[in-house]
Structure formats: C-alpha cells, structure tokens
Write a protein that binds this ligand. Structure first.
Ligand SMILES: Cc1cc2nc3c(=O)[nH]c(=O)nc-3n(C[C@H](O)[C@H](O)[C@H](O)COP(=O)(O)O)c2cc1C
Length: 377
C-alpha cells in the first residue's frame, strides 16, 4: 500500500461523508427467521462497521409482494420485519457506519411453480415460469416502493435496487430473458431498462432527493457467466443514462473479478466504463483480496487463496485513474471483519483469509442455477 493510499481518502456520496472507500456488498448470511433478521445479523453488520467499513449494504431483502422469493431463509423488507431491520440499521449507526438496504425480487430463479419473468424465460433454451402481465409489473413495482419507504422510515441512508445476477430486474435488462414486445423488452436496451428505471423514479418520488439510491447490475448471470446486458459501450451508455435520469445516485457494477477489462481494446473494468459513460459515482467489486470468484466458492465449494498486495496495488492504480469511487469487499470481510483496519494500519499479513466454512449455516438453494449449468455444459 502507498503511504497515502487513495483507498483511505474520504468520499462524499449524496449526503454521506465516507471516511474511506470501502463498502460491504449485500450478502445473504442465513441469519433470518420468518423474513426477519435475527439479532446476530445486526451484530454481524455492526462488527464490520467497527472494523472500519463506513457503508454496509444489507443482504438481499424480498420486496413487499408475495411473489418476491420462495427461499425460506430469505430476508423480507415489509411492515412485519421493519423493527428487525431497524435493529440492524441502528447497530451499524452506533458503530459509526451507515446502511443501504437491498431490494430484491428473484423472478424466475426458483422451482416452485410461481416463477415470474419478463417473457417466461430465465435463460435461452430454458422455459422457466411465465411471462408477467402489466398488472403484475405494476403491483411488484409498488412493492419495491413500499419496501423503500420502510427503509427510509427506519433510518437507512438509502436502498440498493438489485438489478443483477439474473434475478427479476436483470431478466428485464437481459435480451436472453426478455422478449416482450410491449415497450418493456426486445432488442432495444432503452425498452429493457424501462421497468427498472420506472421503479427507481417511483422510489425517488416517494423517498425524496436526499435518500440514496444505488442500483446494482451485472453483465454476468448466475446461470450464464458469459452473458451481456450491454453488448458494447454505446448500449451501456444508453442504459446508464436512462438510469441516471430516473434518479440513481450510484451504480454498483458487479463483476466476478474487478481486475478484468470489460472490452478488449481498453483496460477499464465495468465500473470504469460506467463511471465514464454516466458521470455517476461507481462501486467496483469482485474477488478483492482473493484469487477465485464467488461462484467458484458456491458451485465448486473450494477455498480461495489470499491475493492482497496485488489487489490493493491494482485498486489504488485504478482508483487514481478515476475508474471508480468505492470498492466493495465481500467474502474477505466475512473472513475477517477487521480487513479494513488491518490494511489501514499497514498489517495486511494479519488478515485472516476467507474460508468457505466461514459461511456457517447458510442454506442457499442453488439448484436452479446448477441445473442450467449442467444443461449448458
Ligand atoms: C454468501 C454470499 C451471499 C451473497 N448474497 C448476495 C445478495 O444477497 N445480493 C447480492 O447482490 N449479491 C450477493 N452476493 C454477491 C456479493 O455481494 C459479491 O458481489 C460477491 O461475493 C463478489 O465479491 P467478493 O468476491 O469480494 O466476495 C453474495 C455473496 C456471498 C459470498
């Protein structure tokens, strides 16, 4: 790490003065019961804030619509869970941090017969679920807004709209899953981004100008690592411009490895392209401090090795080149809550490397994802 690392310079995000550039991304941790975070989830978040992470994004929470998830251990963000989420927000604030709550609908990534997707598909060649009607879209959009209103009421700094990894809103973005011909799908990215953008505008209208709205998206899908929402920079520019105009404050660009160039003839990663094309702050993510990506952890069940000095040097160079503003650290922060303070004190060698066993009792149904990987192998 350089003497004055750019990773430890302050950054103003909306109304938040963040003392450094680290963020903890949303990660389901299996610590919810009946959709309610247990006290141990609040303690887990607070511990990362104590460890120097100024911005914590809560695990994906099903929005206030009955179709939002079929996963039994998932969190929900509804009137029935508001007090349990308030406990998390308060615990993080008391530890000196701030929270965004992640709003999620899993769409067709489920096996229970109630899967909804833009045009009845989750992956080319695989029928899964049925196409959503405009009435269902309206009701689900209202569910996102109700959950955002709850986040604001309990003191969260904002929300993150989950538009990544192949779940419902990403199924709208992705041409492989969205063949609608009613202005919400088809070959034009402007049509495919319309539903997510309408949800963002509705949250902005409801929650006011000071409420942070992050939108997380990815080119890759859990069911298809090579998928692309935006085929080229021009499509990406069209998409992020519409999202910015809808009221997004920060774009969280999910990649499996932050050091990979998004397009071959330029070294910028996805966050770098998005920042250049949108003018908005961006968050980068993907295997910070580790040598294998998150899907290797899930599907192969292997343990990564530490990769800290190379990662920090590369993050610093890219941050100084203006590619992104914030860096999300996932598994490495599960492995060691003091990841950031140990870096700050110049002792990266003391960081405990993430092990898959650190995931503890998390029971996450990856059967739909694994089925598609088998079918397309
Ligand atoms: C246990 C676990 C649960 C996750 N749950 C979510 C989630 O709820 N929402 C989400 O957007 N990403 C989720 N992710 C992805 C992470 O936010 C992050 O993008 C990914 O782990 C890559 O970062 P890393 O390589 O630093 O771990 C999860 C990852 C892990 C390891």
């Amino acid at each position: 790490m350089t003497d004055v690392s750019p990773l430890f310079t302050p950054f103003r995000l909306g109304q938040l003065d963040l003392p450094n550039r680290f963020v903890m991304p949303a990660m389901q941790r299996g610590m919810c019961e009946n959709g309610r975070p247990k006290p141990e989830l609040a303690a887990y978040y607070a511990r990362r804030a104590e460890g120097g992470v100024p911005l914590i994004i809560g695990e994906s929470s099903a929005v206030d619509h009955p179709s939002a998830t079929a996963q039994p251990n998932s969190s929900w963000l509804t009137a029935a869970t508001a007090d349990a989420w308030a406990r998390c927000v308060d615990a993080v604030r008391n530890a000196g941090g701030q929270m965004l709550l992640q709003l999620w609908h899993e769409g067709a990534v489920r096996n229970d017969g109630h899967a909804l997707s833009p045009s009845g598909r989750v992956h080319p060649g695989k029928a899964n679920g049925r196409a959503m009607t405009l009435e269902e879209m309206k009701a689900i959009g209202e569910g996102f807004v109700r959950s955002a209103r709850i986040a604001r009421a309990i003191g969260a700094a904002g929300v993150e709209v989950h538009c990544a990894h192949g779940y419902l809103l990403d199924q709208f973005l992705w041409h492989g899953a969205n063949e609608r011909d009613d202005g919400y799908g088809g070959p034009d990215i402007a049509d495919r981004v319309r539903f997510p953008a309408e949800i963002v505008s509705a949250i902005r209208r409801e929650c006011g100008p000071d409420f942070l709205i992050s939108l997380r998206f990815s080119q890759w899908k859990e069911v298809d690592y090579g998928a692309r929402v935006a085929a080229d920079p021009a499509e990406l520019e069209g998409m992020v411009t519409i999202l910015r105009e809808a009221g997004v404050d920060v774009l969280h660009c999910s990649t499996r490895r932050f050091w990979e160039a998004e397009w071959a003839d330029d070294g910028k990663n996805l966050a770098g392209w998005v920042k250049a094309l949108s003018g908005l702050p961006t968050i980068t993510v993907g295997s910070v401090g580790l040598d294998t990506d998150v899907m290797t952890t899930f599907i192969e069940g292997t343990d990564p090795a530490s990769r800290i000095p190379e990662a920090i040097a590369e993050l610093e160079a890219r941050l100084e080149a203006g590619e992104f503003d914030l860096v999300a650290v996932g598994r490495a922060l599960i492995g060691d809550p003091d990841f950031v303070t140990k870096l700050a004190s110049g002792d990266p060698g003391a960081i405990k490397t993430f092990r898959r066993s650190d995931l503890g009792t998390l029971e996450w149904d990856t059967s739909v994802i694994e089925e598609v990987h088998r079918a397309t192998a």
